[in-house]
Write a protein that binds this ligand. Structure first.
Ligand SMILES: Nc1ncnc2c1ncn2[C@@H]1O[C@H](COP(=O)(O)OP(=O)(O)OP(=O)(O)O)[C@@H](O)[C@H]1O
Length: 475
């Protein structure tokens, strides 16, 4: 039971923890620095206002349940949780180094040493692999939700969004303001899947390399367009080839072509570099938890209310469900053979781009192919993207998203913590894209389909809602 005692020293005791001070405030509550009275250790206690409705209450409790199930050196560890006074309290490891966003901002314009970037990224991948192995999608991976311990170890935190943020609209709806980390498939109303987390991690990796967000724009149209084209400013040339190549792969616009975390850690070109940065005990942890049992996955999935699960490509154990068996689940939305690019096509047809064709038809050498080898490119699906096209003609995206976004202290949702100042938020303006990397090869498929192993249906159709809004505006 929760006990709140106001002591003479003005410090507060809650369920065996003495509250020292407030670490920070989020949209759902506060983070408090507390000390356990039993072991004198310092922890962070998240105080979350419990919503009134039962279903929302269950969502709020998920963070505690999920965190309690994740035991990994690169995930913020769970200590306890309890409820009282209309709040949920989650006690967790205190990460002295704060969050990665703060750390990036502290750098001013000084780049991180390469080894630091590789070490942190390797640890992020290790933590993400752990949750993916448990069939959980983080859904809100960003530098603000990744923490640093006193030993400089990276820890993934904030599982409050796992299974809650499930559409572009919901992303736009959050306090974050700008959905910098939202992948093309989410804008395209496709299901969130494990590769969507990979996209977000790619954004964090890019931030570590450049101290900038990869995708930022003065307008919603422009932002969506850039994300759907995978178009970002070039990386500093001093970065090793492996990192440049990895970022390019992580920003493949079709999730099928993006490597999974398992691929990145085991068979990607960068794997050896990353593995060398993972401590021995973490490597052992990887080996120990590298395969998941279906019972464990099912338990977590049923807790999350997930309907659709696919098997991991790494399964070999007979105790695990076969991929074919799960593929028979007819409810699962399938990715089309080419890139999923409805939103991209619509935006392109809406004459928003100054650059050339999105559908190169000439055969080209892939960086996966040996020198001299050529292959035919797969074609973009050119069917008329009627829906978003007509939507864009009718609706002002900035107006629409203004309705969805909760602005904090009057902040412009399109200006993020790592954005240069000075953009505007009108729909029509497209900044000159001349220093953007528009690498056609990145738009081409390199199937990693066997690794797009689980996903969730997107229950919300943001385009439909925008259509409705524009109809309402006319009438
Ligand atoms: N385990 C932790 N160790 C150290 N600092 C933490 C920890 N958890 C959260 N914080 C810090 O506490 C502050 C508030 O965190 P909290 O998660 O409540 O909100 P937020 O992430 O800022 O916003 P939101 O919850 O709306 O996403 C942030 O500055 C965050 O960096």
């Amino acid at each position: 039971m929760l006990v709140i005692l106001l002591q003479t020293t003005a410090s507060v005791t809650m369920d065996g923890y003495t509250v020292h001070n407030v670490v920070g405030e989020g949209s759902f509550g506060r983070a408090l620095l507390v000390q356990s009275r039993s072991n004198q250790e310092t922890y962070v206690m998240k105080e979350i206002r419990l919503p009134k409705t039962q279903s929302k209450m269950e969502n709020a409790r998920r963070e505690a349940v999920l965190l309690s199930r994740m035991k990994h050196p690169n995930i913020v560890s769970f200590k306890a949780s309890f409820e009282g006074d209309g709040h949920l309290y989650i006690v967790m490891e205190f990460c002295v180094g704060g969050d990665l966003l703060q750390r990036i901002l502290q750098q001013k314009n000084k780049h991180f040493p390469q080894d630091t970037v590789l070490k942190w990224f390797a640890q992020m991948c290790s933590g993400t692999k752990h949750i993916h192995d448990k069939r959980v999608l983080h859904r809100d991976l960003k530098s603000k939700n990744i923490f640093l311990s006193d030993k400089g170890t990276v820890k993934l935190g904030d599982f409050g969004s796992a299974c809650v943020l499930n559409s572009a609209k919901v992303y736009a709806h959050t306090y974050v303001g700008t959905p910098y980390y939202v992948s093309p498939e989410i804008w395209d109303n496709q299901p969130y899947n494990n590769k969507s987390d990979v996209w977000s991690l790619g954004c964090v990796l890019y931030e570590l390399c450049t101290l900038q967000h990869p995708f930022q724009a003065p307008s919603w149209k422009s932002l969506i367009m850039k994300v759907c084209r995978g178009s970002y400013p070039p990386l500093p040339p001093h970065l090793p080839y492996e990192l440049q190549y990895l970022i390019k792969q992580m920003f493949k616009t079709n999730p099928r072509d993006r490597p999974s975390i398992h691929t990145i850690l085991t068979s990607h070109r960068v794997a050896r570099l990353l593995q060398s940065h993972l401590a021995n005990q973490e490597l052992q942890e990887e080996r120990r938890t590298g395969r998941w049992r279906i019972e464990e996955g099912e338990k977590v999935a049923s807790m999350l209310g997930q309907k659709t699960l696919m098997t991991a490509s790494t399964m070999e154990d007979p105790g695990l469900v076969s991929r074919e068996a799960l593929c028979e689940d007819s409810r699962r939305k399938q990715w089309v053979p080419g890139p999923s690019n409805t939103a991209l096509q619509v935006l392109a047809n809406a004459d928003l781009l100054t650059s050339g064709s999105l559908a190169p038809t000439h055969p080209e050498v892939s960086d996966e192919d040996p020198p001299g080898k050529t292959r035919g490119r797969r074609q973009w699906d050119r069917s008329p993207p009627e829906r978003l096209l007509s939507l864009l003609q009718k609706a002002q995206l900035s107006t629409a998203f203004r309705t969805y976004s909760i602005h904090r202290h009057g902040e412009d949702p399109l200006v993020g913590p790592l954005s240069p100042r000075g953009g505007d938020s009108t729909d029509g303006r497209m900044e000159v894209e001349e220093d953007m990397t528009v690498d056609e090869d990145r738009l081409e498929p390199r199937s990693d389909d066997e690794d797009t192993d689980f996903e969730e249906d997107s229950p919300c159709d943001w385009m439909k809602e925008l259509e409705q809004m524009s109809t309402d505006q006319v009438t």
